[in-house]
Design a binder for this molecule. Structure first.
Ligand code: ATP
Length: 509
């Protein structure tokens, strides 16, 4: 097992042991790629939602929220292209009987070539030290050039094959690149087939003419079909945005990697309606704004990278992914897409209703363009816990597991801990807890030795432990222990709220 896999396994085990994430229906042996969030997971998830909602809706006076239904008229999905084009190319290995996405097999092959290039660059950087000119090296080193050429050659066939749904070409590429099954090691593949990712069901009873409905595969369409409702009732002028958080469902072919790829998940999407022609500007704006949002949490910048799309979805004219370095490598956490008037245009065509904007400045009507930001809430959750999970060796030789969750997102902000369970300390602790609980998610704990209680709070990422001791009874001061440094200071009990608020705030200084 490599280091990343080992770490990932530990994170999954930790999430279960400390009430962050449980497999769904576990007493029935679980349901593949479906998970439940436990007592600490639900808090962390709510805090991520709250951070996103506030940054989008509360801090932008031209963005409003929406909560649209999961079920929608089936024609919505015809218009959006999902009925015809929301497919993944599927391939089976005949020996291992494992199923894969053909495009992912090819992308992984490209990633390996990129990895080779990066290793070459790192080696050279070490060798040449300060005088190293990376750009020049990339342009002239024969091994780097050869691998770059291989990537270009693959993409020259891969991108059109994906765009035009040429499944035979994908199969031919897999054969020619000698891609083998990671499980059986064999290259004994079936043909590539298309597989639609939408879940469907029947609405109404068969006797009254049941109709086909889909579980939405993205929240965005609920926003598009409400564009005019919100614009008219909110008297919005362009540019303005509509933001929504909600469940989405995809019958993923390969659902592995814990909550990274689920069949039921949650998205936080924002559609920004703009005047046509301004899409490049707004695309750049949202790219930067969204990176700022991630970095404001204090997660190091090296853990993020921007990946430009080589192949564009059917609705987009520009797209980037923000990728995060998960324990299993850099993978998409958020997409930013310039969707032009594809969706509003399609809904106008299929519904026969006008979805236009009358521009009072230019006295003309047009269909707005859209730039969207779309982040998976569960992937963001996984990014936070993968960053946060830390095994530390302490100076006294002992070990601790601490979740360095950004304090603003931590499930519990303050633990109130009486040093001992006697001498009136529990009463004093309860009194403090009862005051703080209206402002912060707090826990009160008086069982076990104080050291063990600190460790339990570290393991769920509580940024501050307040200890009530005998001196508290005399002068009403308490100790405040900071999770990461484990440093303790004495402060007046009445200052706890002020001190903690200022330290967990994400408000720009
Ligand atoms: P991928 O290429 O990983 O399948 P995607 O490009 O299909 O993702 P989008 O359709 O752009 O994803 O969806 C926007 C966001 O929703 C993604 O950036 C991701 O964070 C999240 N997301 C998509 N599919 C899943 C899933 N099956 N489980 C969890 N989150 C998901």
């Amino acid at each position: 097992m490599n280091k990343g896999e080992d770490r990932f396994k530990k994170i999954i085990a930790h999430c279960k042991e400390y009430g962050f994430i449980f497999p769904s229906s576990e007493i029935y042996d679980g349901l593949s790629a479906v998970y439940d969030y436990g007592q600490n997971g639900a808090e962390l998830k709510n805090n991520i939602k709250d951070y996103w909602w506030k940054s989008m809706v509360q801090y932008h006076d031209n963005i409003v929220g929406l909560d649209s239904a999961i079920f929608m008229h089936p024609t919505v999905w015809k218009a959006s292209g999902h009925v015809d084009a929301f497919n993944d190319p599927l391939i089976d290995n005949k020996d291992s009987k494992k199923r894969y996405r053909a495009d992912v097999l090819i992308e992984d092959h490209i990633a390996k070539l990129e990895e080779k290039i990066n290793k070459e660059v790192q080696k050279a950087a070490k060798r040449f030290g300060d005088t190293f000119d990376e750009k020049m090296f990339r342009e002239t080193n024969p091994r780097v050039q050869a691998n770059l050429q291989k990537i270009l050659d693959i993409n020259a066939r891969f991108v059109p094959a994906m765009e035009n749904g040429h499944l035979d070409d994908l199969k031919a590429l897999i054969d020619e690149l000698e891609i083998s099954c990671p499980v059986s090691g064999s290259r004994n593949w079936t043909d590539v087939r298309q597989f639609n990712l939408m879940f469907s069901s029947q609405m109404g009873s068969a006797s009254d003419g049941a109709s086909l409905v889909y579980l939405r595969p993205e929240t965005a369409q609920g926003i598009f079909v409400n564009y005019l409702n919100v614009q008219k009732t909110g008297r919005k002028k362009l540019p303005f945005g509509i933001a929504q958080i909600g469940k989405a469902f995809r019958n993923e072919i390969v659902a592995r990697q814990f909550i990274f790829r689920m069949r039921e998940f949650e998205q936080m999407e924002m559609q920004y309606f703009i005047k046509p022609g301004l899409e490049k500007e707004w695309f750049e704006y949202w790219k930067e704004e969204r990176m700022r949002w991630h970095l404001a949490l204090g997660i190091p910048g090296e853990m993020f990278r921007i990946h430009d799309h080589d192949k564009l979805a059917h609705y987009a004219n520009a797209a980037v992914d923000i990728e995060f370095e998960f324990p299993f490598g850099f993978k998409e956490i958020e997409g930013i897409h310039s969707r032009t008037d594809f969706d509003l245009g399609a809904h106008q065509k299929f519904s026969g209703k006008k979805l236009q904007y009358f521009d009072p400045d230019s006295n003309e009507s047009y269909t707005p363009y859209v730039v969207e930001t779309s982040i998976g809430l569960d992937r963001m959750f996984l990014a936070v816990v993968s960053f946060a999970f830390t095994e530390e060796k302490l100076e006294d030789g002992s070990e601790r597991v601490v979740m360095n969750i950004p304090p603003a997102l931590a499930p519990v902000k303050i633990a109130v801990l009486p040093l001992v369970k006697k001498d009136g300390l529990p009463e004093k602790g309860r009194e403090l807890f009862d005051r703080l609980k209206y402002e912060f998610m707090c826990q009160y704990e008086d069982k076990d030795a104080i050291g063990r209680r600190y460790r339990r709070q570290d393991a769920i990422g509580t940024p501050y432990c307040i200890t009530v001791d005998h001196q508290t009874l005399e002068d009403n001061t308490v100790t405040i222990r900071e999770r990461d440094s484990m440093l303790q200071e004495r402060i007046p009990a009445e200052n706890v709220s002020k001190v903690v608020s200022s330290r967990i705030s994400l408000r720009p200084a």
